[in-house]
Write a new protein. Sequence first.
Length: 524
Amino acid sequence: GQPRGQVRPGSSGAAVQRAPQAAGPEEAGEDAEVSTRKKTFAEVQTERLEQAERTVLIKCPPKLNEKKLLQYLSSHGNIKSHFFFENRGIHALIEFSEKNSIASLQDAIGLPSAAEYHVVPFKSRLFTFMLKNPVSQAAEETPLHLSPQSHIPVKELIEKLCHADSISSQMYILLNEYQLTDENIKLRYLVCSLVRDFARAYFPDSTVKPFGSSVNTFGKLGCDVDMFLDFHDTQKHAAKTKKGPFDMEYQMKRLPSERLATQKILSVVGDCLDNFGPGCVSVQKILNARCPLVKFSHQPTGFQCDLSVSNSIAIKSSELLYIYGCLDSRVRALVFSVRCWARVHGLTNSIPGTWITNFSLTMMVMFFLQRRSPPIIPTLDQLKELADVLLGDFFEYYGNFDFRRNSINLRKGKEVNKPESSPLYIWNPFEQDLNISKNVNQPQLEKFVAMARESAWILRKEQKAQQMTNKEPWGLAALLIPFGKSNSNKMKNRMKGIGSETIRNLLDSLKLNNPTNLQKAVGK
Ligand code: CTP
Ligand code: MG
């Protein structure tokens, strides 16, 4: 089975349980906590992109002494991770711990003599490993583990599926065979990072980020790498107030439309990749499409790449699918199965045409899952509501729970009449006559309710921006500071802050500075 994630309230987008392909086995081993930590889409992207910047690709001879290779490389810095794969020869992906190890490696290599090659002075992160004496190189040869970068043929898959004991497990087998591996994801981010090196020749503050199936948890081994050039990080810094009398011709000539700007940017980056990009072949500019792009094939990694310019809608849909994919393990299993079925029957095709795309098909599955009763995934509108408010809602819910009359029953999933008079009654789901919270006394319950109300009020305040500029704790941080004695005026204001009519009525009926009234609310 796969881990189940849960939407976390948070303004920077919902976070989800780390997807299996988002955590490399070696990383999980390093830090057991990582496997259960929740990461947002943005966090995963930042981490992976940073990792890719410390990474190089090395073409290796057919008979390779792994130890020797690593030994040579280690003289330039610590190697954090590495793996080998086969793609027109053996290649190694090497992730250094420090970025400057790459500069050290590049500096140790002389330029080829001009008589042999006409060199363009661009230092790439693609290397070839050769030793003068191949015999000593192959010595102590141990079998090299090659990480697969493509999925098994359908025929082989069918055989495997026949041995499974249920349709459900067949779907998970298919998922495990087809989904992107951690190694494959690393390669995808590396390609983006290599393209970025070129884009920066023109636009020093640009980044290149992957989107689509490489990052939305629905990618199948062998799918294309969709990437976009992003200038948004620049704009964040550029949004400064104007000081002084000068206006700058910013970044480019003023162009009459964004589309034209996009086309010009892609045109020069496309030329640059075509002329100087190591391993970039079949560069094709498709600038008149609805979404202008440059297509190319990246030989060292074997990826077909589509480069476009920052497209916030496509990124948002990648993030939405990422969230859906991590919410419930069945989502990805179903999507992979349906997509494989569609491909086998010619309903989808890797070349563009009049057929349904994988993206459309994935959206059809999502809609189906929303329409289930009960729904398996929430709608976008529901997700929007969930974001940020869950913690506040929790406090509001228990701040207004009728503990006097009701008990908490997880088996039935509802509030039911208390069978006896304990202040707090939580049914043991497996032993129905037992109250899990029999030990809790009235004052402790009252304290819980009072704290919950106070916290609900603090979270409703929405003064994040102001509190941040004042360097005051806000949100959860504010909740983690002892509340102290609240005065009654403050409390009255709090009542106004709470939106729901019933809650306001309930609170209005209480004089909170009178402890016996609070006790009434929680039942004495
Ligand atoms: N996209 C979109 N609207 C479309 C087509 C694509 O918003 N009509 C966005 C989606 O975010 C999609 C991404 O562009 O994920 C990449 O498109 P594409 O490569 O066609 O789909 P993938 O999801 O990457 O699926 P595949 O594995 O087939 O490449
Ligand atoms: Mg794609």
